[in-house]
Write a protein that binds this ligand. Structure first.
Ligand SMILES: C[S@@+](CC[C@H](N)C(=O)[O-])C[C@H]1O[C@@H](n2cnc3c(N)ncnc32)[C@H](O)[C@@H]1O
Length: 499
């Protein structure tokens, strides 16, 4: 039987909110009760350390962790003490718990969530850690690693209208509420939309909640920002892998992400931004940049795609067979594993890329910029402010010719350092690297010319004057030096190493 979703009753939801605040059921409060080891174990989906701490605590916050995070039965009296305003009857009425003898058990996961200046609560289906069972096909995800990745990478300018496509429990929309006047959320899953309605009520926000597939519910509408952690998981269509709605929209191969790249531009205001996560297939002998680049052709959109990870078909199959709660060695796991291998082999797929796609509708008729890059190492968190700065820098570079780049006095960003590597005994360095401390944490190899440029880039001298001085000093051709300087600056400026 499909588990029910919580229902919205304004009075009861307000009482629940009061109880959650009073019991300090916040990210900080739960952290204080459980301690760092149990919290870290929970992040790894290991409940035991948290269970041992929580059962030995009488704090209402610990009771709520046992009930809603660990999925343990909780004595009715303890639940009543942790929810004095709502009461156990109120919790039953909202569909949050169900009585079981002298205890109550949770019907959903409910946990605190926070960003820099906001605290929220998010209800979703109980996960495998709490139920001990594989996920259902109509499971509604809570806040996972991909949710956090997208929320961290999202640029957050103030916008009039923002869209969260495939909202699930609504985690991205909670963030959007901080910088969008109007938030529209969509999902194909009615169960997901039930959770979204409950969470927006609990968190005191207002969203326009719409049912439907992908962009259909917003046909003819435009937004300043579209975000999506879409159902991008590439899944064999042979029937051996169930259609897990929370991650799979039912298309073959990587068509969901391709179609979103191609269609989302129709829903962006001039200057509007779309950002989403995605997987793409790389057929044998091809490159990911060629594949994703071909999707962008004709869209008229600026594109900045950062590939973060590459898996071979076996790694991909293991990740997603395990994600549904199936364990290696079981018949179900092996059947799905084989189906994935067959599916990728049928299209001669050699690897699968994962990354963050950021698109922008240019405000003018200029040529769009396209930047497809690999960044496989840890980056600054959150990346969002850097993504916004990177879009602005790329836009400026797209709107200005090489003369404008040369006529600007660039300065090194404060988080940039130069490393010089010298062979023992040698007078001159053999390698000079410009290393960025934050953002994408890029490192650029410097030549004699660009090292000299960087050494005088303090915001006081135009690049043209610097290039002339360097050409004279090193006895080099002026055009060659200007060409090298411009190419370097375009690369360094787009990611904020110089500005
Ligand atoms: C990976 S979850 C993302 C949930 C949430 N936005 C987050 O960031 O954690 C993908 C969501 O897309 C929804 N979905 C699946 N197929 C869809 C479709 N065809 N159109 C719109 N949403 C769909 C799922 O129900 C699910 O809520």
């Amino acid at each position: 039987m499909t588990p029910t979703t919580p229902r919205v009753d304004a009075e009861l939801v307000a009482a629940l909110r009061a109880d959650l605040i009073a019991s300090r059921f916040t990210v900080a409060g739960v952290g204080e009760v459980l301690g760092p080891m149990a919290m870290a174990a929970l992040d790894r989906e290991q409940a035991l350390p948290a269970r041992r701490v929580a059962v030995s605590s009488t704090a209402p916050c610990a009771t709520l962790v046992r009930l809603f995070t660990l999925g343990d039965p909780v004595d009715v009296a303890e639940a009543a003490a942790a929810l004095p305003a709502l009461g156990v009857d109120g919790a039953v009425s909202l569909g949050l718990v169900v009585p079981e003898g002298d205890a109550v058990v949770a019907r959903c996961d409910l946990r605190p969530y926070a960003s820099d200046d906001s605290t929220w609560w998010v209800a979703s289906d109980l996960g495998e850690m709490a139920t001990g069972r594989p996920l259902r096909e109509d499971h509604v995800l809570g806040i996972g690693g991909a949710s956090a990745t997208l929320a961290g990478w999202t640029p957050r300018p103030h916008v009039e209208r923002a869209l969260d496509l495939g909202t699930g429990c609504g985690v991205q929309a909670l963030h959007l509420g901080a910088h969008a006047d109007e938030v529209v959320v969509t999902d194909l899953s009615q169960r997901a939309l039930d959770y979204a309605r409950f969470n927006v009520a609990l968190d005191g926000a207002r969203w326009d909640v719409r049912a439907g597939s992908m962009l259909a519910p917003v046909a003819g509408e435009r937004f300043g920002l579209v975000v999506s952690n879409p159902p991008f998981v590439i899944t064999p269509r042979s029937g051996e892998v169930p259609l897990f709605e929370y991650r799979d929209a039912g298309a073959a191969g990587d068509a969901v992400v391709r179609d979103l790249v191609r269609a989302v531009g129709d829903h962006l205001e001039p200057g509007g931004i779309a950002q989403f996560l995605g997987n793409w297939e790389v057929p044998r002998g091809a490159t990911w940049t060629a594949r994703v680049g071909s999707w962008l052709e004709g869209t008229g959109l600026d594109a900045w795609v950062v590939q973060r990870e590459v898996q071979d078909p076996a790694q991909y199959a293991e990740t997603w067979a395990r994600d549904g709660g199936h364990h290696p060695g079981t018949t179900d796991f092996n059947t799905m594993y084989g189906a994935w291998l067959d599916d990728f082999a049928a299209r001669d797929v050699e690897s699968i890329g994962f990354g963050v796609v950021t698109l922008q509708r240019p405000r003018t008729g200029r040529t769009p910029f396209v930047d497809l890059m690999d960044v496989s190492w840890p980056v600054e968190s959150p990346m969002g402010p850097r993504v916004l700065a990177g879009l602005e820098a790329r836009t400026w570079l797209a709107e200005h010719d090489d003369d404008a780049v040369l006529d600007t006095a660039w300065g090194c960003a404060p988080d940039v350092h130069e490393e010089r590597h010298t062979m023992p005994g040698a007078a001159d360095p053999s390698v000079i690297v410009l290393r960025q401390g934050g953002g994408l944490r890029r490192h650029l190899s410097l030549s004699t010319v660009t090292a000299a440029l960087v050494s005088v880039s303090d915001g006081g001298l135009t690049a043209r004057s610097a290039a002339a001085a360097i050409a004279g000093l090193l006895d080099l051709d002026g055009d060659d030096v200007r060409g090298e300087v411009v190419a370097f600056l375009r690369d360094a400026v787009k990611d904020g190493l110089l500005r």
